[in-house]
Design a protein. Structure first.
Lengths: 114, 109
């Protein structure tokens, strides 16, 4: 099973709302990633978790808060977002972080901030 | 810093071959990857090539690697309308996937 699942598929939220994105994988991968993707652009790395610890934060604003409750789950908590944060948010996993391992991507959550 | 570049758009007729090109700057990666993204979907790992190989063939897909010129290409034989998508090459240099800008492949019937 090479599947990464993400919920919800679509999310519309106001600038004062608090919401969470969820990601799950059961491949035994120990690295998980959050990416942000704008239309017609490549994904931009936001966060990397390695063995359930945050290893990379690409200078992401604090209104995005990642959490890795266990090796299979990854959350992204959202609070006080701006309209320019509207994008496709992709989760990915790989056997370990670093090195040359391929990453497996989920289908993404399409986020619209109003 | 590391950089990966691709042309932005390619249009072909159904049944023709498509060739998508990519250049990269980091030559230390063990693998190089091709991802496919269909409209409204996530990225699908399409294929990869080991850095000590010149060519890899996988059904309709052929990946060519020229390490001297740091040039990677993806050839799709007998291109179908279902191949219409954005194709990203990716270099896992320094432990982070560095993506090209993506090539939009348009397949005309």
């Amino acid at each position: 099973d090479t599947e990464v699942t993400q919920t919800p598929k679509h999310l519309v939220m106001g600038m004062t709302n608090k919401k969470s994105l969820k990601c799950e994988q059961h491949m035994g991968h120990r690295a998980m990633y959050w990416y942000k993707q704008k239309a017609k652009k490549p994904p931009e790395l936001m966060f990397v978790y390695s063995y359930e610890k945050l290893s990379i934060n690409e200078s992401v604003p604090s209104r995005f808060s990642p959490e890795c409750p266990n090796s299979s789950l990854l959350n992204l908590h959202l609070h006080a977002l701006q309209p320019e944060d509207s994008a496709l948010y992709l989760c990915a996993s790989s056997p370990t972080s670093g090195g040359d391992h391929e990453q497996y991507f989920g289908p993404g959550t399409r986020l619209t901030v109003t | 810093g590391e950089d990966v570049e691709q042309s932005l758009f390619l249009s072909v007729r159904e049944g023709d071959s498509s060739v998508i090109n990519c250049t990269y700057t980091d030559s230390s990666s063990t693998y190089l990857y091709w991802y496919k993204q269909e409209p409204g979907a996530g990225l699908q790992l399409l294929t990869y090539i080991f850095s000590n190989m010149d060519m890899k063939q996988d059904q309709r897909l052929t990946v060519l690697l020229n390490k001297k010129d740091k040039h990677l290409s993806l050839r799709i034989a007998d291109t179908q309308t279902g191949d219409s998508a954005i194709y990203f090459c990716a270099d896992p240099g320094a432990g982070k996937l560095i993506f090209g800008q993506g090539t939009t492949l348009q397949v005309k019937p």
